[in-house]
Design a protein around this ligand. Structure first.
Ligand code: CAA
Length: 261
């Protein structure tokens, strides 16, 4: 597919790289970027061969420096709502995708950029990464899910400090508070992402998708229903070819050859 603001490429079998490609605006998320990300994600979701998605920003300065301030400055309340809902739909789509998404944060991840990273399943940060929700400095609140995903990930106290006081944090602190999974030198960011993606791609694809779903959605249920959801998904996986193959391979002391069936 051809995009104006994105690059989408297959890096290795089953492993795709999506790059937000507006380095002149620090990869800011305009309505067009959101629309293109949504259609790129739809095409990836329609492809049963996708095992993992890496998401990053073009250039060495920013992952994404936020929603596009120039575009938002002209928005009416209804346009602002439509923009927020479109982006929230994209973030929900990332969470609901059957393959994990890994954000490779190579610099600023501010506002909508931090929120995009939060909607991915893993965050790997370069040493120069910086995370923040500076929207209150612009007289608005986060609009792409930051007020809800950030406290769920790092707790209420840090989320309040970042969203209400607008304090940005650097990669080591992001690692300490559990916002990111790994911090690596900028030159090693892609390789670390590929290493994680390869590990995911080697597992049973149906099991990966359902396990991701359990962790993403189970937290919003009460414990009893969440545990029941786990049992139901466990039952579904017992009926798959991947389960037969995974267990046969273990018993025959060989590597499994999963087909995603
Ligand atoms: N939207 C639109 N353009 C942006 C942008 C954004 N979020 N962030 C940076 N840019 C543009 C700048 O306007 C500039 O363009 P020009 O060269 O045409 O002037 C270019 O990118 C380079 O930026 P700077 O010259 O500002 O680069 P810097 O190194 O001096 O500063 C920065 C970098 C600290 C990240 C600074 O650009 C900045 O503060 N950006 C805005 C960050 C921000 O407030 N993000 C939150 C946006 S609101 C939001 O995201 C709402 C939501 O949740 C829905």
């Amino acid at each position: 597919m051809n995009f104006e603001t994105l690059l989408l490429e297959q890096r290795e079998p089953g492993i795709y790289l999506l790059t937000i490609n507006r380095p002149q605006a620090l990869n800011a998320l305009s309505p067009r970027v959101i629309a293109e990300l949504t259609s790129a994600l739809a095409s990836l979701q329609a492809d049963a061969g996708v095992r993992a998605l890496l998401v990053t920003g073009a250039g060495d300065k920013a992952f994404v420096a936020g929603a596009d301030i120039a575009a938002m400055s002209a928005m009416s309340p209804l346009e602002g709502r439509a923009f927020s809902l479109a982006a929230l739909g994209l973030m929900r789509g990332l969470e609901a995708a059957p393959f994990p998404a890994i954000a490779l944060v190579n610099g600023y991840a501010l506002g909508g950029g931090c929120e995009l990273a939060l909607a991915c399943d893993w965050i790997v940060a370069a040493e120069n990464a910086q995370f923040g929700q500076p929207e209150v400095s612009l007289g608005i609140c986060p609009g792409f899910g930051g007020t809800q995903r950030l406290p769920r990930l790092v707790g209420r106290a840090m989320a309040l400090e970042m969203c209400v006081a607008g304090r940005a944090i650097k990669a080591p602190e992001a690692l300490r508070i559990g916002l990111v999974n790994h911090v690596v030198p900028a030159a090693g960011l892609m390789e670390k992402g590929l290493e994680l993606a390869r590990a995911i791609a080697a597992r049973g694809p149906v099991a990966v998708g359902l396990t991701k779903h359990l962790i993403q959605h189970g937290q919003d249920l009460d414990l009893e229903n969440a545990l029941r959801l786990e049992a139901d998904n466990f039952a579904v996986l017992c009926a798959t070819g991947d389960k037969r193959e995974g267990m046969a391979a273990f018993l025959e002391k060989r590597k499994p050859n999963f087909t995603g069936q």
